[in-house]
Design a binder for this molecule. Sequence first.
Ligand SMILES: Nc1ccn([C@@H]2O[C@H](COP(=O)(O)OP(=O)(O)OP(=O)(O)O)[C@@H](O)[C@H]2O)c(=O)n1
Ligand SMILES: C[C@](O)(CO)[C@H](O)COP(=O)(O)O
Length: 227
Amino acid sequence: MQYKVIIPAAGMGKRMGYGRNKLFIPIRNVPIVVHTMTIFEKDEWCDEIILVINEKEREEIERHIKTYGITKVGKIINGGRERQQSVFAGLETVEGDEEIVLIHDGARPMVKIPHIHQLVVEASREGAAVLGVPVKDTIKKVQNGIVMETIDRAMLWAIQTPQAFRLSVIKSAHELAERDRFLGTDDASLVERIGKKVKIIEGDYENIKITTKEDLLFAESLLLKKE
Ligand SMILES: Nc1ccn([C@@H]2O[C@H](COP(=O)(O)OP(=O)(O)OP(=O)(O)O)[C@@H](O)[C@H]2O)c(=O)n1
Ligand SMILES: C[C@](O)(CO)[C@H](O)COP(=O)(O)O
């Protein structure tokens, strides 16, 4: 099976507090975004990486692609102010309604190929599939510092990327979200809001999104284990 992956990498990394895009932070001497691209470079099902960047980082990213021998980057395009706009810009470069497209955060360098393949198979059957893990903590709804309720976690999942879609499904979901000025925190939520089914594939807790400083230590120990 074949797929294309859109990697949004045009964020500012504000919560990391690194002073610039966190995806250039080296872990084991290799920038985070390179770790992420390398997973898809190695996956024989992946036929193209579409990288969404900030224009002012183009030269640096092109240098890394060359240095680390990433050959599958077919397009490097400019992102938008929000993640959703960056993904939409990536989607606009892909053609073929039946194509399977994955969307994967540049900030998740730990995803495993068997999970990617499960997503691709499921998206080919159902149109949309996402990776996630059951929530482990007790979740409470809080308002003004007071607990309002404890939510039954039996049905709660923490959602990750990749998220895999038939191109026609995700393109129309993004177009309608744009029309309605709806901003979601992931791409699947745009598909859900137009009434389409999204399948869940159970992933693992190692596929973290590197968001704050503490995540760097965990990521480093996991990447060391892989070497
Ligand atoms: N306008 C944006 C915002 C985010 N992203 C990308 O979307 C992924 C997930 O976003 P997040 O972890 O929130 O990254 P940042 O937006 O960079 O972080 P922060 O919210 O802390 O500023 C990252 O790979 C990020 O580069 C993007 O391509 N375009
Ligand atoms: C898409 C996502 O990775 C799902 O967990 C996440 O929502 C994107 O980033 P966020 O800005 O931290 O919500």
